[in-house]
Design a protein around this ligand. Structure first.
Ligand SMILES: [Zn+2]
Length: 737
């Protein structure tokens, strides 16, 4: 194929670009040239007067350049040093830019609204980053709102932990609010809704409510309203007050919004002769009538366990998510209410309620909050369900057959329950209860230490494992924020963390599983003190001194009892280079302990030895340097053998049989060089996000163990005992041993 036909074939793509035109001619470029004259740039006597040969040559040059760029783009990104990056850039483009452009207010106000009934997980990292980041990018503010309308499940530790995590990620709520701050106002609005005949008291059982909604997933009969739908508003008001004052028990009554359950098909069937305006209205009505979120969902229900941490015993009735969320958004002055796509079908209900209470104008985003939905973060292999994590943390007793479904509370629509109200990223299958004390059932012990076990994907666990907050945010933003679900895999998360740590943390030598090496040809008091940089690519990290002495320790993996021509490290009679040392090392002999493990190698050192093909890491023994430091290192691997553990049997305990026996491998005799103490003192590594503002803990003591892995100090470490977590390996684990 000639270069010319190459141009023809691709002219509308990357080759025939404005830059090519510029290369060919000094004349200003026009779209006309780009679009039409590529095939014959010299024709017509009109546009660029250049030879065909010059055009071909230039095109070739550009094609080569484009190819190179494509190649480079496909390569894993190399660390690029500490170039300043606009932290707001991701929010000023793409889908998020579009959301802003829909409502380009000068006072952007967002919120992050978790329920304070559990620990945040990796999915929430996206919700936090999107809401806080969006506000910051457009000069606005973001509130942290505790959506505390379910008194039974709330605990102080969750409130604290949620705030900690937001701060650790480098964000600062403008104000911390509570849905419960608005309980009086919400109640008032509920009465207003009744008076407007937009809400009614209903005494139907959950089964009756479901049946009248057309059964589960529409498999029942026709949708109909119950007899309570048409009771007089003053009767509803009286009974609502009675419900507030304790007349009914949980499940006996609830307040429902009068939405579109009562809409009959003839009201929206389009007839011949309907004007375009009537057609539009009918189409909108049909949309609402067909949306389960609009089938008269509950506004208030009774809670038997009614003690609330902020309002005490004041209320027996509590507002639902559907009633609370949009109103709180509006009362707080939220301009952009960003949530995940699971909430998209709830958007009409969100707007409908705000319109009824005149906090919003129909069909307009000018007044009141604007809800928009992005795809949630979905990382394959992560267990995010609170109940499942609880089973892993506490253990459980399971029945041999699945437990009976728990009775439902009257109220929230099926659609809402199916998508789960736990706001972000939750995958709890409906009605799956933590099996607890079932007599004769199978007892399953706890699998992990706690909610912050580094094998979990709660944010506390991710932090404990040593993942820097900046890496987590980068992971979220690199996947992009759009309407599509950001589906990814764990190795992608690890890759982001690895690249991030590569350029931000110091390096040390650490020997996971040490073997003592006695260097025979050195005097007992031999000492070479080496000045070693913490990061050869970044002088600013400084240097530290390490001792090279007669006794050093190397990693068991770096030694073989029997040499092999394909093995380039230490073996009897074979030389190997030593990182940060002058000369090679050669093994002469070795001894084994009673269990048959090599426990000591006798070696020689010096320039007379042949240089080895590889260089290995080591740690020298020197009392004066307090070297080596001893540590316990914990290496983490996936908790389950199945890469999709959510598909396991969680009801009858099958999940337990799939636990990866190597999910945590402990090296109790790990040795670290003495530079570690300085690293520990100078933490956080890196100094960024919340950690730059003093939000530090052992997790911020991070380093790269040369040739081994990235590590951080675990919270189990004490002044006397170093405990390390492997954050990630240095290279992607291909599964080969
Ligand atoms: Zn009813």
């Amino acid at each position: 194929m000639s270069a010319h036909s190459h141009i023809l074939g691709r002219r509308s793509q990357s080759v025939w670009t404005p830059s090519l035109i510029e290369l060919l001619s000094e004349r200003p470029t026009t779209h006309h040239i780009m679009a039409d004259s590529a095939a014959a740039p010299a024709a017509d006597g009109e546009e660029p007067k250049i030879s065909k040969r010059a055009a071909e040559k230039a095109a070739k040059k550009l094609a080569a350049k484009a190819k190179k760029e494509t190649f480079q783009a496909e390569q894993p990104k190399k660390p690029t040093g500490n170039q300043p990056v606009d932290p707001n850039a991701s929010f000023k483009q793409g889908w998020l830019r579009g959301v802003y452009n829909e409502k380009p207010t000068s006072e952007v106000h967002t919120r992050f609204p978790p329920e304070p009934n559990g620990f945040l997980h990796i999915g929430h990292a996206k919700a936090i980053t999107v809401n806080f980041g969006f506000a910051r990018a457009y000069g606005g503010i973001c509130n942290l709102r505790f959506d505390d309308t379910n008194p039974a499940k709330e605990e102080e530790k969750y409130f604290t932990s949620i705030q900690d995590m937001i701060h650790w990620l480098g964000f600062h709520p403008h104000t911390i609010t509570y849905s419960s701050d608005n309980f009086d106002k919400l109640y008032e609005l509920a009465e207003e809704m009744i008076k407007k005949d937009k809400a009614y008291m209903c005494y139907c059982s959950p089964a009756e409510v479901l049946a009248r909604r057309g059964g589960k997933r529409g498999e029942g009969g026709a949708r109909t309203v119950c007899e309570h739908w048409s009771q007089p508003t003053d009767k509803s008001l009286e009974e609502f007050r009675a419900m507030r004052d304790g007349k009914y028990a949980q499940g006996e009554a609830h307040l429902r919004m009068k939405m579109f359950l009562g809409t009959k098909p003839e009201e929206y069937e389009i007839e011949e002769g309907d004007s375009p305006e009537v057609k539009r209205v009918k189409a909108k009505l049909k949309g609402s009538a067909d949306n389960p979120a609009m089938w008269d969902v509950a506004a208030y229900r009774i809670k038997k366990e009614n003690y609330h941490h902020r309002t005490g015993n004041k209320w027996r009735i509590y507002p639902t998510y559907e009633f609370t969320h949009c109103i709180c958004d509006s009362l707080e002055g939220i301009t952009h209410s960003l949530c995940t796509v699971e909430f998209e079908t709830l958007r009409p209900a969100y707007n409908w309620l705000l319109e009824q209470i005149e906090h919003k104008m129909e069909g307009s985003e000018e007044k009141g909050p604007m809800q928009r939905e992005y795809g949630r973060l979905n990382v394959e292999g992560t267990i995010l369900s609170k109940r499942r994590i609880q089973m892993l943390v506490q253990g459980c007793t399971v029945e041999s057959k699945p437990a009976a479904a728990a009775p439902e509370n009257a109220g929230p629509s099926e659609a809402v329950k199916e998508m789960n109200l736990e706001e972000e990223g939750e995958e709890d299958p409906e009605e799956e209860q933590v099996p607890t004390t079932v007599s004769g059932g199978r007892k399953i012990p706890p699998v992990v230490r706690d909610w912050d076990d580094p094998r979990l994907f709660t944010l506390v666990a991710i932090r404990r494992r040593g993942v820097p907050p900046g890496a987590l945010k980068k992971f979220v933003l690199d996947l992009g924020v759009t309407k599509a679900v950001a589906d990814t895999k764990l190795h992608m998360l690890d890759a982001t963390i690895r690249t991030y740590l590569e350029r931000t943390v110091p390096r040390l030598m650490l020997v996971l599983d040490p073997i003592k090496v006695i260097i025979e040809n050195l005097p007992d008091d031999y000492l070479e003190e080496r000045d070693v940089p913490f990061d050869p690519k970044d002088v600013e990290k400084g240097t530290h001194k390490i001792p090279f002495t007669k006794v050093i320790y190397i990693d068991r993996d770096d030694f073989r009892e029997v040499d092999d021509p394909d093995f380039f490290r230490l073996a009897p009679g074979k030389s190997v280079g030593l990182l940060h040392a002058t000369h090679p090392l050669r093994a002469k002999s070795f001894t084994k302990d009673s269990s048959g493990k090599v426990n000591e190698i006798v070696a020689e050192y010096g320039e007379h030895l042949p240089a080895g093909k590889a260089r290995i890491h080591w740690v020298g023994e020197s009392k004066a340097h307090d070297s080596p430091l001893k540590a316990e290192a914990r290496i983490f691997n996936p908790l389950f053998q199945n890469p999709r553990p959510n598909e396991l049997d969680w009801k009858a305990g099958g999940y337990y049989d799939n636990i990866n026996p190597d999910s945590e491998v402990i090296y109790p005799n790990t040795m670290i060089e003495c530079g570690f103490e300085e690293i520990r003192k100078r933490a956080p590594w890196p100094k960024e996000e919340g950690e730059a503002e003093g939000d530090t803990g052992n997790y911020s003591v991070r380093f790269q163990g040369l040739r081994t892995a990235f590590f951080c100090l675990d919270k189990d470490a004490t002044a006397d005992k170093i405990v390390l977590n492997r954050i990630v390996s240095l290279k992607e684990d291909t599964g080969k041993k």
